[in-house]
Design a protein around this ligand. Structure first.
Ligand code: AMP
Length: 144
């Protein structure tokens, strides 16, 4: 049985750093640096997911438009078709979602609202725990 997103969130917490769509890209860049994170979820009223903006998007818009891009609203450069997961999603499913979508962040949605976020770092950590637990199980089985 693969670990669930619920299990991962119970351990890491459900707080997500968010901004509204009118925050500037410069404000968002400062938040990413201060919070030491790679992605921010853009929300509309009532914690509904409106988009996601990651360090990749920052690089892309600055490379395209130069420093002037920093004054634009985050909504001008965010990804709006956000792939989400649910608390019941498994670690194996998440690995497949991130690998096929080529992104490293997946917001968790519950009842239509933002309920957490899983990064590729969380996935690697959970996978290591899973492998260690499997190895321990096999060792115990062989010893018995
Ligand atoms: P990342 O690897 O997470 O930095 O994201 C790479 C690109 O995919 C960026 O353009 C992001 O806006 C986009 N992206 C990140 N996470 C998601 C997601 N869950 N659904 C859709 N696009 C995403």
């Amino acid at each position: 049985m693969s670990i669930s997103v619920k299990h991962m969130l119970d351990r890491k917490g459900r707080d997500v750093v968010t901004v509204s769509r009118d925050a500037t890209i410069e404000e968002v860049a400062k938040i990413l640096e201060q919070k030491r994170i790679g992605a921010i979820v853009v929300t509309s009223l009532e914690d509904r997911i409106a988009g996601i903006f990651t360090e990749r998007d920052l690089v892309r818009c600055v490379a395209k438009e130069g420093p002037a891009a920093l004054s634009n609203p985050v909504s001008s450069a965010m990804t709006t078709s956000v792939t989400r997961c649910r608390e019941e999603t498994t670690l194996n499913e998440l690995m497949e979602i991130m690998s096929s979508g080529r992104f490293r962040h997946v917001p968790v949605e519950s009842g239509g609202k933002l309920a957490g976020i899983i990064s590729i770092g969380d996935v690697v950590k959970a996978r290591i725990q899973e492998v260690e637990a499997e190895a321990e199980h096999i060792r115990a089985y062989i010893a018995s």
